[in-house]
Write a protein that binds this ligand. Structure first.
Ligand code: SAH
Ligand code: SF4
Ligand code: F3S
Length: 473
């Protein structure tokens, strides 16, 4: 899932929605982890706004603080723990402050943070957000509150998310929740529960609504978007004969048809499930962006088997060839884990070779972090020393940095259509930033341009991460 699993912090502020009666209390929401968590925070904000909460970006004026957390690696959890210690201090100054933990860490730790460590008042798992108002009420009445029940059908399909601190141009739409894959290193199936797909009509309605509000790009989110299915049971049977079935390629087309000026992206594709149908559908629509995030994790078949990824190196190579054949201009990114249990130097070299061979546009790279209860934790010894994991990671990063520069330098001299997202991070007063279809970031001079518009840009130079150019229309 994109932008992704890099631990970043974003705080939101949103205005009251019409019809809500303010209750005088302010909510401060902080999100960590993947795009799914950021998207969930918008659902949480929506649920609590209906109860009369307003949101604030200033933690000091908050009555309720909620951390939406990630468990993917040990470091992600350590970051949240530090934040919780800080809020514990703040509670001493303001004893009425309610501190809550949401998301994957809430699900994984359940009562521990509440009972043993006394760090929080309320613990809410990813499928229990509708229960937040009553859980907060429970805390108000002097009790601690927990709901970490996972659901087989909750998709929050009817809840219209409140956009938090975004750019007003690009938005996430969740299309599936949970994951059934059980990759041996991964905690997600335990924290997010079983995979379920959301009603396609509610997805299209949300995309349409966003377009009307001025948004020009949506990213369809799921841990494995290719396994999206509607009206088909897990056994492959049609559930209701009276309504059509929808697979991921069809869903993508439905969203692409909302408006040709609405760009469609998606994340994450799973190599074992990504079909040529999906690739042909991408090729058919100009507004489906030519960018695929296709996590490989390792370049060695034996390690892939131990990771329980469900594909071999050859299968993955074949998927890359299919992308290149059907969409020669498509950008590809990946996720890589170094130093997984039993990984030899030769097997690590296979990953390096793969990264050299594919020449990814971008990669998210991590060293293996053992997670409690996962298959790998139960089955294999975490036997690669930390310094070896880190050295291998540095080696992969080095190769990938060369790839990124190679890919971006290809755009120099070309004219690219970009969707302007807003002010650039470095020079917000004089420059704007946007992306081309391949998801490369482009910086241009501000001039009279406004965000949410498409412009053609002649690319003049690049670094390993960014393109620079001038508008030519
Ligand atoms: N559903 C996505 C991945 C979600 S987690 C997929 O299947 O591709 C995002 C990334 O975090 C993974 O692709 C993996 O590279 C990394 N990751 C997950 N568990 C990890 C662990 N225990 N240690 C290190 N990296 C991990
Ligand atoms: Fe984790 Fe694998 Fe599911 Fe991705 S597909 S969320 S890595 S179990
Ligand atoms: Fe996402 Fe982290 Fe959970 S990556 S699904 S928030 S463990």
């Amino acid at each position: 899932m994109d932008e992704k699993v890099i631990i970043e912090e974003r705080q939101g502020e949103a205005v009251m929605m019409e019809g809500n009666v303010p209750n005088g209390r302010k909510l401060y929401l902080e999100s960590y982890g993947c795009a799914m968590n950021f998207s969930d925070s918008e659902i949480v904000a929506s649920i609590l706004q209906k109860e009369g909460f307003t949101t604030t970006r200033n933690v000091e004026e908050a009555d309720v603080v909620m951390l939406n957390t990630c468990s993917i690696r040990e470091k992600a959890e350590a970051t949240v723990r530090k934040r919780l210690q800080l809020f514990k201090k703040q509670k001493k100054v303001n004893p009425n402050l309610v501190v809550g933990i949401l998301g994957c860490m809430a699900e994984r730790m359940k009562e521990t943070l509440l009972e043993e460590e006394k760090l929080v008042d309320v613990v809410v798992g990813p499928d229990a957000y509708r229960d937040l108002p009553s859980l907060i009420a429970q805390v108000d009445s002097g009790q601690k509150a927990v709901n970490v029940l996972l659901s087989r059908d909750e998709t929050y399909a009817d809840i219209s998310p409140v956009k938090l601190g975004g750019n007003g141009v690009t938005a996430f739409i969740s299309i599936t929740r949970g994951c059934d894959n059980m990759c041996s290193f991964c905690v997600v199936p335990f924290t997010r529960g079983r995979e379920r797909s959301r009603n396609p009509l509610s997805i299209v309605a949300e995309a349409r609504q966003l377009f009307e509000e001025g948004y020009r790009e949506v990213t369809l989110l799921g841990q494995n978007v290719d396994s999206y299915r509607w009206n088909v049971s897990k056994k492959g049977e049609i559930v209701d004969e009276n309504i059509p079935t929808t697979n991921f390629a069809e869903l993508m087309e439905m969203v692409a048809k909302v408006n040709p000026k609405l760009r469609v992206r998606f994340s994450t594709s799973h190599p074992k499930d990504m079909t040529d149908d999906v690739l042909h559908m991408m090729a058919k629509y100009d507004n489906i962006c030519k960018y695929i995030h296709l996590p490989v994790q390792s370049g060695n078949t034996e390690i892939l088997k131990k990771m329980n990824r469900g594909y071999t190196r050859e299968w993955y190579d074949n998927r890359i060839s299919a992308i290149r054949r059907i969409m020669p201009d498509c950008a590809i990114s990946t996720d890589i884990i170094t130093g997984f249990c039993t990984e030899t130097e030769e097997q690590h070299q296979d990953t390096i070779d793969l990264v050299k061979q594919v020449r990814y546009d971008y990669a998210y790279m991590f060293f293996y972090s053992e997670r409690p209860k996962t298959l790998a934790e139960r089955k294999y010894e975490d036997d690669i020393p930390l310094e070896v994991k880190k050295r291998r990671l540095a080696e992969v990063i080095k190769v990938q940095n060369e790839n990124s520069l190679f890919r971006l330098s290809h755009f120099v001299g070309q004219t690219q259509e970009i969707l302007i997202e807003g002010p650039s991070r470095k020079f917000p007063d004089s420059q704007l930033c946007g992306r081309n279809t391949q998801n490369a970031m482009v910086i241009i001079d501000k001039g009279e341009l406004t965000k949410g518009t498409y412009v053609n840009v002649l690319i003049e130079s690049c670094t390993g991460a960014t393109l620079f150019g001038k508008v030519v229309d």
